[in-house]
Ligand binder design. Structure first.
Ligand SMILES: [Zn+2]
Length: 512
């Protein structure tokens, strides 16, 4: 099978996403008063309504409607004042009502969009860069068809098979606690062109939902789930190929890798003259392939019809405006504020707001620093060292580390005052985490001090030049790239304590 980058030379991938989010922060279910609680004993949160017993009547959860309107406003959707619920009929043991209550052609939120800033390695998958803003980066405008409301089904536990799968199981148990959990499903236009764009879209949407506080967005626990629709067309073609639907992409990596595999698989089928069938496929991350689950049902199979027990919705302007007033500052707005208030680059601002913990940490630091000039070094510390540490130690919360805002500010101040070199600053950072001490104490204990004294550095520079006469000759003959070698040797002599600026200046003088 060809590699993705090779496939994308000849083929354009057309990708759309369907993203389900459970409104986990609500107290109760969508149409009844049962408590929403993850991990409770099986079948302890059920009632006649969510079990669909005869005569039980649903009552919509107002807080859930508020949540979906918030999601729509935050993703630039039009809020439809008039919409209604439908019954989607199917029989499966995880849904004792035999139908799912969902929305029809008109949902609460319609016609939205999100812009994705794609840069770095993520941008490389895109071969036909649309209006590249700077080298290798671009903005992808992704349309959102709709966000509709629906309820979740119960959970099947298959016993006796491997990995809880139905294949090989001796029997299955049903837990109806999840039945009737409010879900919002966002459907994008087929505007995504690469697996990286799909991953970035999911990451951005997750940030927005977390900021709104409407879901805990755990891809592992399934409160945020994503299906992908993929089809291919020859570069330059405008029609749409037959699409497959991909399931089980329960992490950002699986989303990317599953889509990448499916694109390569389809290309192989098409290049061999085969046909793509409209079907649902399951991504198996351990085997690194997709497997057919079922041939796709059409909407007709579900006998979608208006829910007779729920009146059509009429959202008032007052309600929509009350919800709009609750909108918090969204990640894009926060990034724009960081650029304007702290003079940060768009790149730094965007990466700081990726996680709420890092952005609030940055703001606490800036409040304590009361010096705008420290914004850039603080951003560097957080984006590189702090994020690197958190990523390497999966699951560690920034607030639980010994790095307090006061210590971060003290560290970047030492750096800004040239008291420590950038290499020493990294050592101090590691020591703060390992030893739970203040930067000043660490510098004191380890006798760290950046040497900026010209006399002391000059002696080292002279020694390095005297020790390497051949390299000096090569440099003077035009091999100026050797400057890095000389700086490195001086730093080594000074055990990383030399001020690189002074070293560079002296070297330039003496070699020039
Ligand atoms: Zn209930």
């Amino acid at each position: 099978m060809k590699k993705l980058e090779e496939v994308l030379q000849d083929w354009e991938a057309v990708i759309g996403l369907e993203v389900h989010a459970e409104l986990t922060t609500l107290e109760t279910k969508m149409f009844c008063g049962c408590k929403l609680e993850y991990g409770a004993d099986p079948n302890t949160h059920t009632c006649p309504v969510c079990l669909g017993l005869p005569g039980a009547l649903p009552v919509p959860n107002k807080a859930a409607i508020e949540s979906i309107v918030l999601a729509g406003l935050a993703t630039n959707c039009d809020i439809e004042k008039r919409s209604m619920f439908y019954r989607k009929n199917y029989m499966y043991p995880d849904m004792s009502k035999n139908f799912q209550t969902t929305q029809g052609p008109v949902a609460f939120c319609m016609r939205g969009w999100l812009d994705l800033e794609v840069d770095g390695p993520a941008a490389k998958e895109r071969i036909d860069l649309p209006e590249a803003t700077e080298a290798g980066s671009y903005t992808a405008h992704i349309g959102i068809t709709r966000i509709h409301m629906e309820e979740d089904a119960g959970k099947m536990n298959h016993i006796g098979g491997s990995e809880g799968r139905i294949a090989g199981a001796t029997h299955s148990l049903v837990d109806y606690n999840r039945c009737g959990t409010p879900l919002i499903e966002l459907v994008t236009e087929p505007d995504l062109r690469t697996p990286e764009e799909a991953r970035l879209f999911m990451q951005k949407l997750r940030q927005i939902y977390l900021t709104l506080g409407i879901s805990d967005c755990s891809m592992e626990e399934g409160s945020l789930r994503c299906d992908g629709n993929v089809s291919l067309r020859r570069r330059g073609a405008t029609g749409l190929g037959t699409k497959t639907e991909l399931k089980n992409m329960n992490s950002f990596k699986n989303l990317h890798d599953g889509l990448a595999f499916e694109i390569c698989r389809q290309a192989e089928v098409l290049e061999e003259g085969g046909i793509i069938y409209q079907e649902t496929r399951h991504w198996d991350p351990s085997a690194k392939r997709t497997i057919v689950m079922r041939v796709k049902e059409t909407a007709d199979d579900y006998r979608l019809f208006p829910e007779p027990d729920l009146a059509p919705y009429d959202l008032s302007d007052g309600f929509i405006e009350r919800v709009r007033a609750k909108l918090p500052e969204l990640p894009d707005q926060k990034a724009a504020r960081y650029e304007a208030d702290f003079g940060l680059s768009a790149y730094d601002a965007r990466h700081l707001v990726e996680h709420r913990s890092t952005s609030s940490f940055f703001e606490e630091c800036m409040a304590q620093a009361s010096d705008q000039a420290l914004a850039k070094p603080l951003a560097n510390l957080i984006i590189n060292d702090v994020t690197g540490y958190l990523n390497a130690n999966d699951g560690v919360e920034l607030a639980a580390t010994p790095l307090t805002p006061a210590r971060a500010v003290a560290l970047v101040k030492l750096l800004a005052e040239d008291a420590v070199s950038s290499k020493q600053a990294k050592e101090v950072f590691a020591a703060i985490i390992d030893e739970d001490k203040d930067p000043a104490a660490i510098v004191e204990e380890r006798g760290m001090k950046q040497v900026s004294d010209t006399g002391a550095i000059e002696a080292v520079v002279d020694k390095v030049l005297a020790d390497n006469p051949d390299k000096v000759e090569q440099y003077r003959a035009g091999k100026t790239g050797l400057i890095g070698f000389f700086v490195g040797q001086c730093m080594k002599e000074m055990r990383g304590a030399g001020n690189p600026k002074v070293i560079n200046e002296l070297l330039a003088q003496k070699l020039g």
